[in-house]
Design a protein around this ligand. Structure first.
Ligand code: FAD
Length: 301
């Protein structure tokens, strides 16, 4: 099937891009599983004009309905292959083997958080266990929390958490952070537990209550932030020579029009780097949708 614009990812960035692009009367296809969006399990209280506390899955449902009303076609499958332009069209293959040719692409695949893979992690996700300090810090006001991780995401997360929680404990095997960040950490009230790691998360039916460490010591906490940095799906796009950000080489580099270095490929949302926030994803999706449709209309195919 041929389309003007293929949007990879049906999270808030992809959906907002679809809404803006489809209103410019071009053919838009969105690929991806809505259920895999980071927003699906979020309870959001910092999104302008949403409810005081919006359910992430409700926002996603509304976004899909809105896009469908503007004629957007949904393919609820993952993209498994993308090839460079042939005759001006990118070639894209879905997991079912179905393929598309698109004049332009918007990458809005979000990021996959690195998990701990320990007992209790899935059970208490959303019941004390979180992967995003920026998102969930407000739920732990005056509570005792732990942050686990060896890198800057964990150290920065613990420092941010200090402004909310009664007590913050940073658990790491060995810190791999800059000297400046280490100094900030040492000057803070954060309790550092080094040469340790979480091997199990325990709790009752309602919520987590403690972390079991590798030396079998138990730490009682109300919450655990797993901050092991973010792994993004950039591998899929490396074949197209899409450039990554020069600082971490983990995210796709895009300019103010959300254009990447490859003509016809745009990117929006978490895949472009932190802060991982709904408002940013939607804003970048809007910009990408507008400029991708302008690109399609300005070229002879
Ligand atoms: C628990 C939690 C709580 C949060 N709370 C808040 C909050 O309170 N406030 C806030 O502002 N933000 C919050 N966030 C962050 C927010 O959800 C994200 O910033 C936002 O969802 C990013 O949108 P996105 O569209 O870039 O990526 P996502 O929403 O992650 O969507 C990515 C989409 O890409 C698709 N995809 C991935 N790979 C492929 C592929 N190969 N082919 C096709 N599709 C693919 C996925 O299926 C998914 O549909 C929270 C996140 C989490 C995890």
């Amino acid at each position: 099937m041929k389309t003007d614009l293929l949007i990879i990812g049906s999270g808030p960035a992809g959906l907002q891009a679809a809404i803006h692009a489809s209103r410019k009367k071009i053919k838009v296809v969105v690929a991806g599983k809505v259920g895999n969006s980071s927003l699906k399990r979020a309870k959001v209280e910092n999104y302008c004009c949403g409810e005081l506390l919006s359910e992430g899955w409700e926002l996603l449902e509304k976004g899909c309905m809105q896009s469908q009303n503007f004629g957007v076609i949904f393919k609820k499958e993952d993209i498994v292959k993308i090839e460079d332009k042939k005759n001006g069209f990118f070639y894209i293959e879905l997991e079912s083997g179905e393929n598309f040719e698109a004049k332009a692409i918007i990458i809005a695949t979000g990021v996959t958080k690195n998990t701990l893979n320990v007992k209790g992690e899935n059970k208490y996700h959303g019941k004390g266990v979180s992967y995003c300090v920026e998102c969930d810090a407000g739920f732990f006001k005056n509570k005792k929390v732990a942050v686990v991780g060896n890198g800057s995401a964990a150290a920065m997360g613990a420092i941010l958490m200090e402004a909310y929680a009664k007590e913050v404990i940073l658990i790491y095997k060995q810190l791999d952070i800059s000297e400046k960040l280490k100094q900030r950490l040492d000057a803070s009230s954060i309790v550092q537990v080094s040469s340790q790691w979480v091997k199990e998360i325990k709790g009752d039916e309602e919520k987590m209550t403690s972390c079991l460490l590798i030396d079998d010591k138990s730490i009682e906490v109300d919450g655990l932030f797993i901050e092991r940095g973010a792994k993004s799906a950039v591998e899929l796009f490396s074949a197209l020579s899409v450039e990554l950000d020069k600082e971490t080489y983990s995210y796709i580099a895009a300019n103010k029009k959300q254009e990447t270095n490859v003509a016809g490929i745009f990117a929006a949302g978490d895949i472009c780097g932190p802060p991982f926030q709904l408002a940013k994803a939607v804003g970048e999706g809007c910009v990408a949708g507008i400029f991708a449709s302008d690109y399609v209309k300005s070229k002879e195919f």
